[in-house]
Design a protein around this ligand. Structure first.
Ligand code: GAP
Length: 436
């Protein structure tokens, strides 16, 4: 993990937030490459969950909702973690993270566990009193439930159908940590799939399968993923069944995404609390029903971390009869933040530089491309491997003086081909379109 954290900082994927002031409890900022990487993760999710499906539509709801939402959803009562304090060193822990009854740091005596609500509280307007209390959402899905009827009327969808949302959520975690795995501010990618009661178990299996295969499709190694069913006593207050997709992180197996059968809990609760009808009219049966909900809930930051961890490799290979080494991020082509880098073989030759810059600018119109002339070619290759760039395109003396051809080096195989400069864009677009 430390290696990935260092690489993320050095190459501009992720920085500690407010670093010049000593940071702030597990907050992170995405740098120039990180923002592209995370955007690609979210775009892949949106493409597969919304854009290419007839049965799912999108939503972007507010972060601050009427506090009654959280009362009805059960969050005010149940969204708590058991907290214990060490009487000696004063450190705080989640009681369920601790083995035994002593402080894991100093061995001191611990207080009795007390329930701590992990929602972030704020105030609406200038007066800070009980009447102005509001909360930053701890999950994106409640915005979907409270808009159920609006979406139903506007989209005229028939069951089964889903509503998807990507956005920030906030939790005042007692023990954030492991880099961007658990933070207090994070992005979720959630989809609520509304189904006929009685078909919920079938749809639950369908979504567990779909979501597991989604990670494999984008290159996560199958052996690093597994499913874990929650035992009854671990289920959230709204859930009839939950299965986690777990990843084998450097600190062990832990949740990457959860798929829950939320039954009709949320729609029923909001209907009761608001006094509004949140049912669906089943034309075939001529009756109103409250749909059941299957929810695949993923974290955009956690998924980004998994794509980074899984792509990381230190490869040893033979070069000129000697062993050589390189660090390479083997991102899937859709996930890689930079698709191509263009470089002149000699940076002191204006004609090579100009040709390379022109080519880079042309490629940028089609996909993220970097121009780089800040080192020797071997060094530039290593740097691009380290950020997972799919192809390095080199302009050399032969290009400008003889054949107008460039060299394209493949990140994974390190094989090079030489093709006419005017065919580069078409060739790379074709490669990007292929199902790797
Ligand atoms: N609506 C259901 C829900 O929010 P969850 O299992 O609490 O379920 C879903 O969260 C996903 O959101 C998790 O699998 C994880 O990827 C991400 N997530 C949750 N808490 C997080 C945190 N503190 N930091 C980063 N990601 C988090």
């Amino acid at each position: 993990m430390e290696t990935i954290v260092n690489l993320c900082k050095a190459r501009g994927f992720v920085f500690q937030s407010s670093e010049i002031y000593g940071g702030i409890g597990s907050s992170y900022d995405y740098g120039p490459l990180g923002v592209e990487l995370k955007r690609n993760v979210k775009e892949a999710w949106w493409r597969d969950m919304v854009a290419t499906r007839d049965d799912i539509v999108g939503l972007d709801s507010a972060i601050i909702l009427n506090p009654k939402v959280w009362e009805a959803s059960g969050h005010l009562e149940h969204f708590t973690d058991p907290l214990v304090d060490c009487k000696q060193c004063r450190q705080r822990f989640r009681a369920d993270d601790i083995e035994g009854d002593r402080c894991p740091v100093c061995g001191g005596e611990l207080t009795e566990p007390r329930q701590f609500n992990t929602m972030f509280k704020t105030f609406i307007g200038p007066v800070e009193d009980d009447a102005s209390v509001a909360y930053l959402r701890p999950e994106t899905c409640q915005g979907i439930f409270i808009n159920f009827v609006n979406i139903l009327h506007a989209s005229r969808k028939k069951l089964p159908f889903g509503v998807a949302q990507i956005g920030k959520s906030f939790r005042n975690e007692i023990t954030p940590g492991n880099f961007i795995f658990r933070t207090r501010e994070f992005e979720q990618m959630e989809m609520e799939y509304f189904v006929y009661p009685g078909t919920d178990e079938e749809w639950f299996d369908y979504w567990v399968n779909e979501r597991f295969n989604w990670y494999v499709k984008y290159g996560i190694k199958k052996e690093n993923l597994r499913l874990r069913q929650h035992p009854k006593e671990q289920l959230s207050h709204y859930s009839k069944a939950t299965t986690d997709i777990e990843y084998n992180y450097p600190f062990g197996w832990a949740e990457l995404e959860g798929i829950a059968n939320r039954t009709d809990f949320d729609l029923t609760a909001h209907s009761k609390a608001s006094g509004k009808d949140l049912t669906y009219f089943d034309e075939a049966k001529g009756e109103h029903i409250t749909p059941y909900v299957i929810e695949p809930a993923a974290g955009a930051d956690r998924a980004t971390l998994v794509f980074l961890l899984d792509a990381y490799e230190v490869e040893t290979f033979e070069k000129g009869g000697k062993n050589d080494k390189r660090t390479v991020l083997r991102f899937h082509k859709d996930i890689a933040p930079v698709k191509a880098a263009v470089m002149p073989l000699l940076r002191n030759r204006p004609d090579l530089v100009e040709t390379a810059k022109k080519l880079a600018q042309d490629l940028q119109k089609a996909f993220p491309t970097m121009y780089d002339d800040t080192g020797s070619i071997g060094r530039l290759y290593r740097r691009q491997d380290e950020i997972g760039t799919l192809w390095c395109v080199t302009v050399d003396v032969q290009t400008v003086e003889e054949d107008n051809q460039v060299t394209i080096r493949d990140r994974d195989t390190m094989q090079q081909i030489r093709i006419p400069i005017e065919g580069v864009k078409k060739y790379l677009i074709e490669q990007l379109g292929k199902n790797c």
